[in-house]
Design a protein around this ligand. Sequence first.
Ligand SMILES: NC(=O)C1=CN([C@@H]2O[C@H](COP(=O)(O)OP(=O)(O)OC[C@H]3O[C@@H](n4cnc5c(N)ncnc54)[C@H](OP(=O)(O)O)[C@@H]3O)[C@@H](O)[C@H]2O)C=CC1
Ligand SMILES: CC(C)(CO)C(=O)C(=O)O
Length: 337
Amino acid sequence: MNKQRYAIIGAGALGGLYGGMLARQGFEVHFLLHSDFQHVTEHGLKVESIWGDFHLRDLHVHATAATMPACDVTLVGLKTTQNHLLAELLPPPTRDGGTVLVLQNGLNVEQDSAKVVGPERVFGGCCFLCSNKVGPGHIRHIDHGKIVFGKYFAQASSANSRLDHDESVGQGETAGQGESVGQDESVGKIGQQICDDLNSAGIPTEFSGDLAMVRWRKLLWNIPFNSLSVILNASTKQIMDNPHASAMAESIVNEVHQAAAACGVDIPTKFIETTLEQTRKMAPYDSSMRLDYLNKRPMEAEAILGNPVLAAQKAGYTMQRVEMLYQQLKYIDYSNS
Ligand SMILES: NC(=O)C1=CN([C@@H]2O[C@H](COP(=O)(O)OP(=O)(O)OC[C@H]3O[C@@H](n4cnc5c(N)ncnc54)[C@H](OP(=O)(O)O)[C@@H]3O)[C@@H](O)[C@H]2O)C=CC1
Ligand SMILES: CC(C)(CO)C(=O)C(=O)O
C-alpha cells in the first residue's frame, strides 16, 4: 500500500515537529506556512528535538492552502484562536473522504473542523508535548511528545458555542456523549493507519476509543496550570512551590475532575494526585498560554476554559472557579493585545 499523504495546517511548534518527523520518515507531507514561508523555502525546517535534531530541505511548502494537493490526512496544528480560518484552509488539502486530525488543546475543538468537512471525517487528539517555535522555520522540542487520539463524535444539536456570547450558553457540545455520527469499522482502520504512520515516524502514538476521557484528562492539567501561570505570572515550579498557589491549583484540579464526571467522564480519582505530583516533578515550564501572553498573542481561553465551562453547565454542573479564571483571562487577553 502507498504511504498516506499528509497536510499540515499550522506548521509551528506542534505541526512543524510532527510534520517534520513524518517527512523525515519518507511520507509526502505538505506544509502550509505563514510568516516563515520564504525562510523555509530558502533554508528548510530546522528541528532541535529530544528525539534527535534534524534539518529538512526541499520540503513541499505552500504559502496558501489553494496550492496544496488533496491529502489523505490533514493535521490541524493552528492555535484554536485561528480556527475561523479553517473554512478556507481545510478544503483544498483534504481529499474527498480524507481525514482531519485535530491536535489542538481544549475541549470540543474538533467542532470547527467538523463544520467544514463533516464530523464523520474528524479525529481529535491530545499531545503531551513541550515544544516551541523559537524562530522562523525553527522548532525546539524540549520534553515529552506522545499523542493520544480518537474518533470525534458530534452531538446532534451542535451550536456555535462561546461562553462570552450570552445567547449561546448551554448550547454547546459535549464531546463523547452525543449521538455518534458515521461510526463504522472503517473508523478503526483509519485510526489504526494514522497511529501506525505516526509510530513509524518515531512519534509515540496511541489510538484511543474514548476521546472525551483523553481530552478531560489533559484538561486536569491545562485548566489550572495554563490559567494560573498567566494570572499569577508564574512558572509551574513557582506555582507548586507556593502553598497558596498550589492550594488553588489543587482545588481547580478537583473542580475539573467533578465537571468531567458531570459530563459522563469518570476519571479515576488517582489522576488528581498524579497530575499534581507530575507537575511538582516537572522542570520549571512556561505553559503555552503563558508564552502566548508574554508574546502578546491571543490566549486559547475559549478552547481550554470556556468550552469545558459550557459543557459542564449543560450537564448541570457549575465550574465556579474555572468560570472566574476564564473571566480573568478574557480581561487580561483584552488588555494585552
Ligand atoms: N507547542 C506545544 O508543545 C503544544 C501545543 N498544543 C496545542 O497545539 C496547538 C498549536 O500550538 P503551537 O504549535 O504551540 O502553536 P504555534 O504558534 O507554534 O504554531 C501555530 C502555527 O500556525 C501558523 N499560522 C497562524 N496563522 C496561520 C495562517 N493564517 N495560515 C497558516 N498558518 C498559520 C503559525 O505561523 P506564524 O507563526 O507564522 O503566524 C504557526 O506556525 C494549540 O492548540 C496548542 O495549545 C498542545 C500541546 C503541546
Ligand atoms: C501539558 C503541556 C505542558 C504540554 O503538553 C501543555 O499542554 C501546555 O503547555 O499547554
